[in-house]
Design a protein. Sequence first.
Length: 228
Amino acid sequence: MRSGRSALGRNGVRIDYVARVPGEASSARYVACGFAGGTFSADRLDLVAVETDSGTLGEARLYYFKRFWLGSSEVAGARVGGEPAVPALPQSVAYLLQQFINAIALSAVYALLATAYSLIYGITGRINLAFGEIAMLGAYGAIGAIGVFVTLGLDDPLAGVAVALAFAAAFCGLWSAAIGAQVIAPLHARHRLGQPILVATAGLAIAIQEFSASVARRARALGSTPVQ
C-alpha cells in the first residue's frame, strides 16, 4: 500500500501491505527493516532489526532469518513472479546492442573533450592540455569532501552530492588560479605565440599525473601498514 522511513536502526524502511490467508478476510500488515549504516556507509545493507505486525524479531530469530533464509541461494537467485529480469535476445542482437551502447559512451567522452577544447580555445585563444588532469584533481576533491561528510555522520545523498560538486569546483578553481598565475601568465607576458604555453600545459599534465600517482602509492602504503 505504501512505504516510508522507520525508526529501526540507523536507517530504516517500513512497508505496509495487504495480505489474505486462504479462507480468511484480507488484513493490513506491515514489515519494518532497520539497517546499521547510512547512505554512504559500508554497512548500509547490514540488516540489524526486523519488526512486523506480529512483533519484533529477537536476536536468535533475526540470526536464523539472515543466515538460513536471506543467505540461501534459492532466495538470492529468486525472481519476483518467476519472470526474467530482462528480455531474452538473440546473441547477435545482444552483441550489436552492447557495442552500440559502448559506442555511445565513448562518443559522449569524445564530445565532452571536443567541447572543452573548443571552449578553452574560444575564450583564451590557447590550447590547454592539462585541463583533464585539473578535472581529475576536482574528482579527488569530491571524494575527500564525501569522506568528510561521512565522518561527520551526515548521510543525506542529495546534500552529499551538492557538497561534493561545490568542493570539486572550488578545488579545480584554486588549482587553475595557481597554475595560471605561476605558469601561464609569465609565459604569456614573454611569448605572444601559443607554442610555449602548449608545451607548458603538456608538461603540467605529466607533472600532475605523476603527483597524483605518487599520492595514491603513498596512500596505499599507509593503508597496508599494520598498526602497532
